[in-house]
Write a new protein. Structure first.
Length: 140
């Protein structure tokens, strides 16, 4: 009987461990660009949510140093939330590369959003906050 209880406990432990690993995998890095080593701040997480709300897209490439620097400014947690479009891997991300062509992306990183001018090059967090603010005066 003790052996059976031990096996039941082992099985229960395995199920719990599997559940935890699935949860961790669900929160793992999901962008083609390398994961930043830095942690996000409340400010960058709020900004990532705001950028998504206004339909902003971050166009970049996995090999681009400036794109990696842009992602580093957001950190891991906020970086997961960004609507990142990979322009450098047509073999793996053909749909995303098509989005780059359709948006006429000529340099990276580039930020786009409906109703606003695009931003090219690495942008500061403050610049992106102003650009994503719907209450700011619309650009013409």
């Amino acid at each position: 009987m003790r052996l059976q209880n031990g096996m039941n406990n082992l099985a229960l432990l395995a199920i719990v461990a599997l559940g935890l690993s699935v949860k961790v995998a669900a929160q793992s890095w999901n962008q083609p660009i390398p994961e930043p080593a830095t942690e996000s701040t409340p400010q960058t997480i709020k900004l990532a949510n705001q950028l998504n709300k206004v339909g902003a897209k971050f166009f970049g490439a996995y090999w681009c140093p400036a794109c990696k620097e842009q992602m580093k400014l957001f950190g891991k947690q906020a970086g997961r939330k960004l609507n990142y479009v990979e322009c450098g891997r047509p073999d793996i991300y053909p749909d995303q590369v098509s989005q780059c062509r359709d948006a006429k992306i000529e340099s990276i990183p580039t930020w786009t959003r409906p109703g606003k001018n695009r931003l090219e090059g690495v942008q500061s967090i403050n610049a992106l906050e102003q650009w994503s603010d719907n209450t700011a005066k619309q650009e013409r």
